[in-house]
Design a binder for this molecule. Sequence first.
Ligand code: UT7
Length: 341
Amino acid sequence: MMNDNLSFNPVTITGIGRYIPETVITNEDIAKLVDTNDEWITSRTGIKQRRVVSGNETATSLAYKAALDALAFADVKPEDVDLIIVATSLPDSLYPSTACEVQAEIGAVNAAAFNLVAACTGLVYGLNVARNFIMTGTYKKVLLLGVDVHSRFLDWEDRSTCILFGDGAGALLLEQSADGQNDVLSVDMHANGKKAGELSIPLNGKNCPLVEPNEAKQQYVNMNGKEIYKFAVSVVPKSIKHALSGAGLSTDNIDYLIPHQANMRIVSSIMERLGLSEEQVIANLDKYGNTSTASICVALVEEIMNGKIKQDSIMAMCGFGAGLTWGTAIVRWRALDKRKK
Ligand code: UT7
């Protein structure tokens, strides 16, 4: 774990944004495609509906809208952004990166840009990368985006996976804090590549035809749901405690838990293991399903906009997913108008 007691530039979140596509797919809709029903999906996952892209919508177009929201919230011009990080596992292309495409579309002409792949832990990993660039003085303003478009990589005939995911994007603008207060208090990150096969989307390229003939294979989500479930409930509470201890805090200091929105039963188990109350848990998977890298950010942004997350609220934001990866960020929210600009 990083030593959070060293003296570095303080970091704060000044901008928030999110975009969810408009097309709604309910559990009843999915029951027209595969042998499932609303009762099974609701009781096993907590999901009632999800949103999916349509027409010309892409990961980049979702991320672009979330990015503009975050910049407008922070009142920062695109040309003042130093770095764009897009956490995504389902970009529109292997290259160019989504980050470069967003950079061009928003006009962040002075920003460097790259994608980061850590699946549903991407926002937590991205927060750590972003804050380190600011803490060390390399950059002053970093735009962190989390976006995934799962709906184009699901086997819509596989009822064990197609019910779970939705599409979406979230955005955070991180800046060097003008008043000296640090608000990204601690980040804990882990990986276990030995379990990579439990959740994957293989990229099935073809060999050179001069070497051997090839069959094109389809590229869909492969998941061992039970293993991912057991993994999440066992590692995430420990990660939250690690991150809290890195910030010199305990579970008593958490105002809200913002877990990756994968399954309500996983969320409840984490809540119980930490002794938190239902009121302290932010959950929106009934509306959006599992939006993967976007899920934590979308939940954070919506509860700030709804007024539930208030000035000085402390959040434990925890992610887990393919890699396998997992981790937690402890973050304090301070409303912009209370800060020196
Ligand atoms: O971002 C991280 C991504 N992944 C996750 O977080 C996934 C974590 N895992 C889960 O959320 C759960 O394991 C699932 C929701 C995926 C599955 O729930 P489960 O309670 O582990 O169900 P199961 O796989 O043990 O399946 C129980 C039964 C099986 O039938 P039999 O063998 O008992 O006759 C399945 O075939 O439910 C059946 N089933 C379904 N039935 C109706 C599986 N999917 C469905 C479905 N509708 N959609």
